[in-house]
Every structure is written in C-alpha cells, then in structure tokens.
Ligand binder design. Structure first.
Ligand SMILES: Nc1ncnc2c1ncn2[C@@H]1O[C@H](COP(=O)(O)OP(=O)(O)OP(=O)(O)O)[C@@H](O)[C@H]1O
Length: 641
C-alpha cells in the first residue's frame, strides 16, 4: 500500500494540467502514477477543472437513512475509530469522514472553520465524492485505486477543491470487497505528512473489527489463524487474520495476512490452506483442540516462518452457536438533519452526545421547527432504538382525556371508558422513549401526577389499579418559555427541574442559513431521481419569508408545488404555489432589497396570513391551518400572539 510519497511541485502540476487539457496527454514524470491515472479518469468523465461543477448528487434524508441502514455494520464499527481519529487530529481544523463504496459521505465528525458554508455542506453526510462527479479527490480516488492516498491542494482535479488537503484509506471486507473509505480532510495550509499513516491505521482498525464480527468469516466450524512474524505481534493491529473453512478453503483474510502469505485478493477464494501453508489443516485443528491459545510456528511455502495462533472461527463456538454476531448498529438519523446551519449543527452535536444518556431533555423551538423529528432521531441513535417511541401532544388533548391517555385506566374507571381498560401512553413507552410535546400546555393537576411518576418511576392507572414500574427516557418539547410560565404560576418549578436535564434549542426556519439545502433535500425526497430547481425570484422571496409554520409549512408548500409540477418541468416557479401563499410571499419579495422582516413585524405578518387563510376557508379553522401548513393549535396560538 503506498500513497504519493513526495508531493509533485505546484509548477509541475500546472504544466501537467495544461498539457492534459490541451491534448489529453499527461506527462507522468510531473505527477505520480496514481494521480496521473485519476486525472485521466476525471478528464475522461468530462469534468472541467475551472468550470462550474456539474451538480454532484446529494442524498436526501431518506436516501441517507437507507444507506446508513444498509451499511450499519461498517458505520457502527467506524464510529468509535472516527472519534479516536478526531481526537488525534484535534486542533488541526480538519474533519474525519466515512464514505460508502459509492463515495457518499455517511458520517462526518468535526468542522472546518475556515471554509464557506457551501463548502461545509459539501463535506456533510449525503454529499457524493466519487471521482465521476468531483474528479480527483482522496475519497473518490482511494476508492478507484483501492489504496490509501493523499490528495493535496492543487492535486485535486477541480480547482474549487484546492483549498483542501485530504488523506483517505479504503476499508475492505474480509473477502477483499470495497466497503467504504475513511478520510481526514482539512485546510491545505495545514498539510501534515503523518496524517495518512493515522488514517491507514484507523482503516485497519475498522477492518479488524469487521473481521472479528462478520458472519461470513466467523459463522461456521472452521478456524481463524492470527499470524505475525513475532509471537508478541499476535493480537495487535498489525497481525494477519486468515479464516479457514472446515474443508480447508480460505474464507477471508485481512491485508496483512495476504502480504505475509504472498497472496492477492482475487486468489483468496480459490485457495486452500495447504496452498499457502506447509502445515495441513488437520494439524492446525489438532493444535486448536489441544491448546488453542498457544502460538506455534507455521511455514509459508516460500519457507518463511510465521507465528500463528489458531482460534475457533466462531468466538462462542460451544456456548451460543446461533447467537447474533453484533447488536444492530444505529442509523444515523441525526446526521441526516445536519444540512449546514451552524446553530442546528451545534444542537445536533449536543444531541449526539446526549443520545446514549438517560438524561431528561427539554427541546425548545417554535411549532413545526422539527422538535419531534429531532427527538425521534435521538431515540434512533441511542440505546433504546428498537423500543417504542411514544409521542403525546399535551396541547392537542382535551384536559379531561389527558389523564386517561397518559396514565391508563382500569376497567370501568369512568363513564365512557373502554370496557377492558387502557394501558396508557406512559406504560407503552416502557423500555423506550416518551416524548411529551407542548409540555407547557399540560394542566397543573396533570403536572403533579407526572411529577409523581418521574419521582417514583411507577404509574398508577385511573380507577385504583396497582402501581406498575416504568422505565423510559423522557424528552419534552415546548414552544413556550417555561421559566415565564413558572413565574406566572402555570408550570410547576419542581417538574421543570425534573424534566430539564438539558435544553436543546431547535432554530426557527427564518433564522436558519440552510434554506436552500433544506429545499433541495425535501425536493429530492418528494421527487426522487429528478434534480429540481427553484426559480430565482421565488427563491429570494422564500429566503425573505418569515415562515410562521417553520419546517412543517415548508414541507406543505413543497408538497403542493410538486403536485402542481408537470412531468417535463424542472423548475419550481410562482405558478406552482397556492395562491394565498404566493400572496403572502410577494410583498417582501417585491419591496426593495427583499430583506427578511424585522422580528417585531413577524407577529403581524403571521396574524395577517392567518386572517387571509381563515377568510379564504370560510372560517374553517382546520382548512385554514392546512393551507398554512401549521397545526390548529399553532393557528389558535398565533392568532392570540
Ligand atoms: N429536517 C427536516 N426535513 C424535512 N422535513 C422536516 C424536517 N424537520 C421537520 N420536518 C417537517 O416538519 C414537520 C414538523 O416537524 P415536527 O413535528 O418535528 O415539529 P415540532 O417542532 O415538533 O412541531 P409542533 O411543536 O407543532 O409539534 C414534520 O412532520 C416534517 O414534515
């Protein structure tokens, strides 16, 4: 495995680039062989180094979630290693990135302070870095070359990527298939030649973990050989790993074992143990049965001696023959929410740290800003994923019903109760997460009961049933200022401290800087496979709009627009909007400057929009709320603002 050891001179790179563009010839003495091959591929893909980048696809939230699910083993094993790498590169203004075999970024850790917002988004989960779209770059080129590589500054084929220095190493499955790539990208001025060594070791760590746990190499009655030139090297990261089936065929290896045994990946599947070692399988099995932990000397056919320890292929061979190999890995739903806004990014970083904890959380943000979506993502990334996520909207339930809904009731507890009684939402959340939306709207009597549940960790159904122990992660959400509610005597202070282990803030859409990324993400999800654009004046108006219904409203507007879009149309324009929404949008867009309204104007804009929507829906509140893309509760609340 080698990377471009000596960086080509800048002048040489420029000369080589000119010659390539002039005639398709690349003077290889000016660039390394890997770089030369990659530049040629980029040129053949029709990419222009200095021109506008052709639209590299960016996976939608749903596509990303699917990719993470499909590659969950890789993602799970990579994450701790990425954290380790991030620690090693701390303070160097760099990011640690995991991409799949198709070059799509799956996870990213860290942040690049020196780059623009757009450039930051391009390094976030969902972005594609295959050579086909971005030309020579460490992720795409390491994948294409199947080897570790550094791509520094102007070695990037596209000039717009010259601000980066990147070191990447591919991650291979035990059968040699490409699984993905690990990368450290940073400011080109901070190029450090040791980074590639770190990245390569980190990729090896991931491969090691994958080898230890994968079904295909460890789930039958064969043996695994740990190999090293020194006995002390066995069990370390530099050991060779070779999986041998019980019939003697080779089932998998890591790169170190291939090197020690003089093998190439394509030969692996065709080889048997006697093709690579002088010792017959029978002898290895004998060693294993008699003294499995003792290292022995084995001999390659070239005569080289190696130390080997023989182990059962299945770690718990005797004890649990069909035990699942590994707990399902988390789907990185939090990463999918990171679309480039700095405040949201900070919230998501905190959310990621808090997801494995049981600390009660309070999510604060306007209605429709995505509080429940965030809570669900945290549940999906924490240890309770796979268990229930129970969401209760405390504002949507009539006061008389909240109690029964939350705490459950015994048979015949009250008039109108179901005959068989009800478990209650709190008990349904047992083992999982209870999400109480609009907690600020919970009546005081109910607050007292909830407080008792949180203190006693048990719930007593209405009608005098026995208390039942419950265990859940509590996440509450509110758009209200709970401290002000406490001062006004509407919220219990002791409950506030119980449920507010930490407050996470979800920014309002009008305060976010990633409207375009959100638009693109939602459009891709609504119309997969079509790259839709938004007409320029409309985009400016959307940017200036106050978005009283936040992401819920945006989703509703885009759903309508996509429904009105003809199959041949690729641009969303004013004609694709509901008339009332277009009207709300026009005033700020036609006024000079089209700047965002001042915060004190927002209330009146929102009240005006509600008045119009109500008038147009003949006073039907549900219809008006639907038109605005907000909930009935929000509409009532905003009317009174
Ligand atoms: N990141 C996102 N991408 C796309 N759509 C989103 C995103 N976040 C939220 N939405 C959309 O906005 C809607 C509202 O989100 P959510 O229910 O999480 O908001 P909320 O803050 O809990 O609202 P409320 O307080 O009114 O219950 C979702 O149903 C979804 O359609």
């Amino acid at each position: 495995m080698h990377e471009i050891a000596q960086r080509p001179a800048r002048s040489g790179l420029r000369r080589a680039r000119r010659q390539l563009l002039d005639g398709g010839e690349l003077p290889r003495e000016l660039v390394g062989p890997e770089l030369a091959r990659s530049w040629l591929r980029s040129w053949q893909a029709g990419l222009q180094p200095a021109g506008r980048m052709p639209g590299a696809p960016h996976a939608s939230g749903a596509q990303l979630a699917r990719a993470l699910e499909q590659q969950r083993e890789l993602v799970a094993h990579a994450w701790p290693v990425m954290e380790f790498l991030a620690e090693q590169t701390e303070g160097t203004d760099s990011m640690v990135i995991l991409a799949g075999a198709d070059g799509v970024v799956l996870q990213a850790l860290g942040d690049l302070q020196f780059v623009s917002r757009a450039e930051r988004v391009a390094l976030r989960p969902g972005a594609t870095w295959s050579e086909q779209y971005r030309g020579t770059n460490a992720i795409g080129t390491a994948l294409a070359e199947r080897q570790a590589i550094v791509v520094h500054s102007e070695e990037h084929y596209l000039e717009r990527n010259a601000f980066l220095t990147c070191a990447a190493a591919p991650i291979l499955a035990p059968g040699g298939q490409l699984l993905g790539v690990l990368d450290v990208s940073g400011d080109h001025r901070g190029y450090h030649p040791h980074t590639i060594g770190l990245v390569r070791s980190a990729a090896r760590m991931i491969e090691h973990r994958l080898f230890e746990t994968r079904h295909d190499v460890r789930h039958w009655h064969g043996v695994v050989l740990r190999l090293h030139a020194q006995a002390e090297g066995i069990g370390t990261l530099t050991e060779g790993l070779l999986a041998v089936r019980e019939d003697g065929g080779l089932a998998g290896a890591n790169r170190a074992a291939l090197r020690m045994l003089g093998l190439e990946w394509p030969q692996l599947a065709r080889c048997r143990i006697e093709d690579v070692l002088a010792e017959p399988l029978q002898l290895l099995m004998d060693w294993f049965r008699r003294s499995p932990s003792v290292p022995r000397i084995v001999h390659g056919h070239g005569g080289a001696a190696l130390w080997a320890r023989v182990e059962a292929a299945r770690p718990a061979l005797a004890a649990r023959p069909s035990a699942p190999v590994e707990e399902a890995a988390p789907v990185d739903a939090l990463a999918a929410l990171d679309t480039g806004d700095l405040a949201m990014h900070a919230t998501l970083q905190r959310a990621r740290k808090l997801a494995p904890s049981a600390i009660p959380l309070l999510v604060q943000g306007e209605s429709g800003a995505g509080k429940e979506v965030l809570a669900r993502a945290m549940h999906g990334c924490g240890p309770r994923r796979g268990q229930a996520f129970v969401a209760v909207n405390c504002a949507a339930l009539p006061e008389a019903l909240i109690e029964a809904e939350l705490f459950g009731y015994e048979r015949g507890a009250f008039t109108g109760a179901a005959r068989e009684g009800a478990t209650g939402r709190i008990r349904e959340a047992h083992g999982g997460t209870l999400f109480l939306d609009e907690i600020g709207d919970m009546p005081l009597a109910m607050q007292t009961r909830l407080l008792r549940v949180l203190q006693d960790r048990q719930v007593t159904p209405l009608g005098g049933g026995k208390p039942v122990a419950v265990d859940f992660w509590l996440i509450c959400a509110t758009h209200r200022d709970l401290r002000a509610q406490i001062e006004a005597g509407r919220f219990r202070e002791d409950l506030f401290y119980r449920l507010n282990g930490f407050t996470l803030k979800v920014p309002a859409l009008r305060a976010r800087s990633d409207l375009e990324a959100l638009l693109a993400q939602q459009l891709r999800a609504l119309v997969p496979g079509r790259e839709l654009e938004v007409e320029a004046t409309l985009l400016a108006a959307l940017r200036a709009y106050a978005w009283p219904g936040n992401l819920r409203q945006l989703a509703s507007v885009l759903r309508t627009a996509c429904a009105l879009l003809d199959a041949h149309e690729g641009v969303i324009g004013w004609q694709h909007l509901c008339e009332d929404f277009a009207e709300q949008l026009r005033p700020p867009s036609v006024t000079a400057g089209a700047t965002a309204p001042e915060p004190e104007d927002l209330r009146s804009i929102s009240r005006g929009a509600i008045r119009r929507a109500l008038a147009e829906s003949g006073g039907n509140v549900s219809e008006a709320a639907r038109r605005l893309g907000i909930s009935r509760n929000t509409l009532y609340r905003r009317q009174g603002d």
